[in-house]
Write a protein of this length. Sequence first.
Length: 74
Amino acid sequence: MNMSMEKWIRIIAGSFILISVTLAVLVSKWWLIWTAFVGVNLIQSSLTGWCMAEKILKKIGVQGNCCNRLDASK
């Protein structure tokens, strides 16, 4: 399956949110910290252009740019 970097980032973020909310309901409300972390990370990456998930996905061979728009112009 050949998906763009942006789609991978959205799948990962959405999955993390669903997993953390499920764990908060079933195990402990402390799992909502993970949900907050994902949200803060999404806001941070939109403001700074730096995204850890993008760096990891590039290392495993996913092509393209998502968060770092400066690289897209090269």
